[in-house]
Design a protein around this ligand. Structure first.
Ligand code: PMP
Length: 355
């Protein structure tokens, strides 16, 4: 009865899709999800808690916290005339974008591989998804991308820059060419901006179809869930109609405002992580595993025939990284997020013992 009721009520795309899986991590060194491993220095934690003491939990949050939005605009460096909307993580903003264009019945396009939510959210809404393959070195194939856009007329092209899971930072000129040729919106997803230190923010407004995604997750505040979508005011005003009125809770609003005043702490942590990324790159290369230069806080590496054993061996030794089990292209690859120096050392020594 319940399964026939489900079949009658639920969209077939939903029944056919799989839930987003998160590997259990209790007790493990967590190098699977591109989080900042540091957390807050004690003094700052104390000041942060104090900033929350009079947070009005009995009231709904401000549906449009103007002073926080203004501070975030400055933090990103948005040009005048560019508007910003906030999401419960950038995931929610991707969902809003895909939902907004669903009626056009045009495909969602992204690179393949790229951040999995672009495809998942398109599929859940029953929209065609086109993944344009990166080349063997995980670089953008611009002619293929231009061809695919012209053939498939995507409503939105998502470009994660740097790319997840490869860490590749595609040439700015290639992104420019895509933005100019796109028949719809182009969303440049700068989730890893703290580690690439590159941005298209200054070009917003120069291209009427360009939007920018940011998040506080990767620079150290994944638990807050605060994502940002920037773009020309007219676009943001329309997209904002799909946002649930109280999507950013009181504690997140307060905390984000606090951390913007102390962003130097997170900047310093990102600097250490960038240096550790280079050390990990060298060390993985020395182990004769192919890896790729990364502009993010993770590295993808190739372990032909050995990826499942390395993943399990690391997990048994207390280190959790990311495997792509069952992925049509990435089954032989693993992705490790950059941790604290001692965590990276542990990862490297277990990895070496497994080869
Ligand atoms: N974009 C990219 C490219 C990502 O890799 C991720 C997280 N893995 C996100 C967006 C989602 O970030 P958030 O925590 O803001 O939802």
């Amino acid at each position: 009865m319940s399964s026939s009721l489900m079949a009658a009520l639920l969209r077939p795309e939903l029944l056919a899709s799989k839930a987003y899986a998160v590997a259990p991590s209790t007790g493990l060194i967590k190098l699977d999800a591109m989080e900042n491993p540091y957390g807050l220095p004690d003094l700052l934690r104390q000041a942060w808690l104090e900033s929350l003491t009079d947070a009005p939990l009995n009231r709904y949050p401000d549906p449009r916290p103007e002073s926080l939005i203004t501070a975030l605009k400055t933090h990103i460096g948005l040009p005048a005339g560019i508007e910003l909307m906030l999401g419960n993580g950038s995931d929610e903003l991707i969902q809003i974008l895909v939902t907004a264009v669903a009626g056009a019945r045009r495909p969602i396009m992204a690179l393949d591989p790229s951040f999995v939510m672009y495809r998942l959210l398109a599929q859940q809404l029953g929209l065609p998804f086109v993944g344009v393959p990166l080349d063997a070195e995980f670089q953008l194939d611009l002619p293929a991308m231009l061809r695919a856009m012209s053939e498939d007329q995507p409503a939105i092209v998502f470009l994660d820059w740097p790319n997840n899971p490869s860490g590749s930072l595609f040439p700015e000129a290639a992104l420019e060419a895509i933005i100019q040729a796109a028949p719809g919106l182009v969303v440049v997803d700068e989730a890893y901006h703290a580690f690439s230190q590159t941005t298209f923010a200054g070009r917003l407004g120069q291209h009427p179809n360009l939007l920018l995604l940011r998040t506080l997750s990767k620079e150290g505040l994944a638990g807050l869930r605060l994502g940002m979508l920037a773009g020309p005011t007219a676009w943001i005003q329309e997209l904002d109609k799909l946002r649930l009125p109280y999507n950013i809770n009181v504690l997140t609003q307060r905390s984000a405002a606090f951390f913007l005043q102390h962003s130097q702490v997170l900047d310093n942590q990102a600097e250490i992580l960038r240096a550790e990324r280079e050390r990990l790159f060298q060390a993985i290369t020395t182990l004769h595993l192919k890896t790729w230069p990364s502009a993010a806080n993770f590295l993808l590496f190739h372990a032909p025939g050995k990826a499942p054993a390395i993943y399990e061996g690391l997990k048994n030794a207390g280190v959790l990284i990311k495997a792509f089990t069952g992925h049509p292209r990435l089954g032989d690859y693993l992705r490790v997020s950059v941790g604290k120096p001692a965590e990276n050392d542990r990862f490297l020594s277990v990895l070496e013992s497994l080869l």
